[in-house]
Every structure is written in C-alpha cells, then in structure tokens.
Design a protein. Structure first.
Length: 314
C-alpha cells in the first residue's frame, strides 16, 4: 500500500515520522518544503504538488490547520482530489467541523474516493510517542484497511460511527479542553488576587477533583512563563469557533463557549497566538486585576423609600 502525507506541522511531522519508523515509505507534501526535509530519504520522497502526490498513492493522510487549508489542498490549484485513483482512501486527521467533513466525503464519493475523518487527541509529546487517540468516522471496511497504519501513530482507535462523527467527537473534546484551561486560568487569577501564592494554588488544586487532569502537564509552562508550543493557542481558538459553528448548525446554545472563544481571540491580540494554549493564563494574569488594589466592593444605593432585602430573602 503506497502512502501519501500532506501537512507536516507540529502534529503531522511526528505522525509521518512514526509511520516511517514502522517501515512505511511515504510520498510527502508541505507548502514549506523545509518542514519535510527531516523526513526525506530512502523512505520519504517529496512531491511538488498535492496533485503529483495523489497519482502515486493508495492511501492519503492530511493533517492541516483548518478547513480552508484542507479544501485548498484537495480542490484548489493542483489539488489532489481529481488525481487520486478510484477506490483510494483519503484519511483527514485535521481538526475541522463535521459539516465540512460531510461535504468533503460527498465530493470524494463523486470521484470514487473513500473518505475517512480521523482527527486525533494528543499534543506534540503524545504524537512523538505514537500514543495519539484517533476518533474515526468511517465505513467499517474502510477503517479496517487503515487500522494498522493508525496504530503506527496512536495507541487507541475509537470508531465513532459514520462520516462526520469523528470530527463531531473532536469538537466536543476540544471544547472541554479550551473551557477547562480558561476556567483554571481565571480561578488562579482570583486566588492570586486574593493573596494566595501561585505555588499554594497549584499544590492544592492540581490532582483534585475540581481540576481537569491534563492541567497538571501545564504547570511547568506557567511556572517558567515559557509557553513552548504543544497545541497553539490560535488553533484552540479556531476549534472552539468551529464548535460554535457546529452548535449553530445543530440548533444548540453554547453561551459559555462563545464567551471563552472570544477570550482566546483577545489573547491572540495580546501576542499569544503562536504560543501553547496554556498561555491564556498570561492573559488572565495581565488583565484580571482591573480594580485598584484598595477598592471597596460597589455599594448598593438606597433611597429613603427603598427597602433592602434581608439575607434570607435574596
């Protein structure tokens, strides 16, 4: 089985490397060829375009930043979709919205290409260790054809159902990640504003039932103020925006997520776009203390004829 891989960023480069470690030779494409250089050699050939790559492979993986990038690679100038062989498999591991996956599946089917949405859970270190989780929306037969390849890159495969269900699951997961990180950052800002030390807050909260387990891995970044990227903040904001689009399409209200995604956007404006998404902590640290230090809580104006409720009535 001849394999192609398009998109060699933080995650894609590691996924492609793990396929090579298991003996698979790849045809590779990335807009910036330099990112492909470490993978070139006896088991890695560079194609000059997605179209050229498609003519050489039976299975094509894409791992791209957003729906527009996927659509451009598939259907833009020298896109791959018109050049894949009949019955070829296109496995999209990108974080996109479910309606987009369904659109790509329908477009692929008209060209006799099988489509699988298989986004992943896991950061760069998890990808390095080939311990990603794949959320797979696919025909069962198509999943079986690629199962061994997925297990070169991950250690867990969840067949979520038909087309679009893998990306649906990824939307839910990243919504939880983004909200949990922002809520933790806000809680830390409150604790520090009340005079509690950062160390005390970390030691008390991490590992407790009120904090998501993944936050323990973010302590070193926050302690050192070094947000070396594992999952870029701008892509977290993008995924939360796609979740909001998906909710609109499904008629689901998401007031919390719509607020939090805009906080990530403000954090991007403050210069954190390309840092790890845990840098939202810095946004809250910088903007969370807007009142003067000695300010008193706002008073409730009382007129002569007004009546203030007793505590039991509030």
């Amino acid at each position: 089985m001849k394999i192609g891989f398009i998109g060699l960023g933080i995650m894609g480069s590691r996924m492609a490397a793990n396929l090579q470690k298991q003996g698979h030779c790849l045809v590779l494409f990335n807009r910036t060829r330099a990112k492909a250089e470490p993978l070139l050699g006896p088991c890695g050939r560079f194609a000059d375009s997605p179209a050229q790559l498609a003519q050489q492979v039976d299975v094509l993986f894409t791992m791209l930043a957003h729906p527009n990038a996927v659509e451009q690679a598939a259907m833009g100038f020298e896109g791959f979709l018109n050049f894949l062989r009949p019955n070829a498999l296109w496995v999209d591991c990108s974080s996109v919205n479910p309606s987009f996956s369904k659109k790509m599946a329908a477009t692929a089917a008209r060209r006799e290409v099988h489509f699988v949405d298989a986004p992943v859970t896991g950061s760069a270190p998890v990808a390095d260790e080939a311990k990603l989780t794949f959320w797979v929306g696919a025909d069962p037969a198509d999943l079986e054809k690629i199962r061994s390849l997925l297990l070169c890159m991950g250690n867990r495969i969840v067949h979520t159902g038909g087309t679009g269900t893998g990306t649906s699951m990824k939307m839910v997961i990243n919504l939880l990640l983004g909200n949990a990180m922002a809520a933790f950052a806000e809680a830390m800002a409150l604790g520090e504003g009340l005079g509690l030390s950062q160390d005390l807050l970390f030691d008390s909260l991490l590992g407790s039932p009120v904090v998501a387990p993944f936050l323990g891995a973010k302590r070193e970044k926050i302690d050192n103020g070094d947000y070396e990227v594992e999952f870029p903040l701008r892509w977290m904001q993008k995924d939360m925006h796609l979740a909001a689009i998906s909710a609109f399409e499904a008629g689901v209200a998401m007031p919390l997520t719509n607020v939090v995604k805009e906080i990530y956007r403000l954090s991007m404006r403050d210069g954190h776009a390309t840092e790890d998404f845990s840098a939202i902590y810095e946004f809250f640290a910088a903007n969370g203390h807007s009142l003067p230090e000695a300010a008193s809580p706002p008073s409730i104006p009382v007129t002569r004829n007004s009546k203030v409720a007793e505590p039991s009535q509030v």
